[in-house]
Design a protein around this ligand. Structure first.
Ligand code: BGC
Length: 249
């Protein structure tokens, strides 16, 4: 079925119509900069602009949000306005889109897309860990293909710091780190993740998945590490798949 995928990030907001069975985008994907401050009112304005641009009239929409989301309500907001905490995003975006809206953590939805139509397709047994590197570090954990929602593993402490303040893509850019220097940090993070979860597969997502070849040789873990097949479309595709499947978190 066709569903609207919305991906709210700390830096950008992406929206597209998606064929949820295949993960193919229907027409163009629109991208806006996340407004500053990224308050609910300002972000909703951007989403409604996208809805108009795409002439969206369908029944189901999904939205990835960069924080803990339970039953449609936001519980944490590390990289967007704290005014989101307590907001029922499903209801808010229901009004904006005219659709029934499923909302979940952004990395969880990017992971869902990879599991259904991307690099994790067919991994119906064992543990898969999806990592997204962007403004923060997002993580999604699957066991036998089933999502364990809201694993906030981007905030583990590493070298006395919140991991995402040391190894996210934003930090790489802000500190002018080469991919190789950044990958040395990320590799410590990956090895820690491996020691905790012993995954069968690690998927690298977010904008950095496009540059995977530039740093892959500097990553090592006792399991395969592969780039996201959907690259940075995974967020919108996963949001649409969650909507079509009626995901509940
Ligand atoms: C948030 C996560 C989110 C990740 C990627 C982190 O700061 O706590 O919920 O998935 O950033 O956006």
């Amino acid at each position: 079925m066709q569903a609207l995928g919305i991906d709210i990030g700390g830096t950008g907001i992406k929206v597209a119509k998606v064929e949820s069975d295949t993960g193919e985008l229907v027409g163009e994907r629109v991208r806006f900069k996340t407004p500053t401050p990224s308050t609910p009112g300002r972000v909703v304005k951007v989403v409604s602009q996208a809805v108009r641009l795409l002439d969206w009239k369908g029944e189901r929409a999904g939205c990835g949000f960069p924080g803990v989301v339970r039953q449609g309500v936001v519980f944490t907001a590390a990289n967007v306005s704290k005014k989101w905490i307590g907001v029922p995003v499903n209801e808010l975006l229901g009004e904006t889109t005219g659709s029934e809206v499923v909302v979940a953590n952004d990395a969880d939805l990017a992971g869902l897309a990879e599991m259904r139509v991307g690099a994790g397709r067919g991994q119906t047994r064992g543990v898969v860990l999806m990592l997204t590197f962007g403004t923060g570090i997002g993580t999604a954990l699957f066991n036998d293909g089933v999502l364990v929602p809201n694993c906030e593993l981007g905030h583990i402490e590493i070298r006395g710091k919140d991991a995402e303040t040391w190894a996210s893509e934003r930090v790489r850019v802000e500190q002018g780190l080469s991919y190789v220097k950044w990958a040395r940090r990320v590799n410590l993070y990956v090895q820690r993740m491996h020691a905790y979860f012993w995954p069968d597969l690690i998927i690298f997502g977010g904008g950095v998945s496009k540059k995977f070849d530039a740093y892959a040789a500097h990553l090592s873990a006792p399991c395969p590490i592969v780039p996201a097949a959907l690259r940075n479309r995974a967020g919108v595709v996963g949001a649409a798949i969650a909507a079509a499947e009626g995901l509940e978190v």
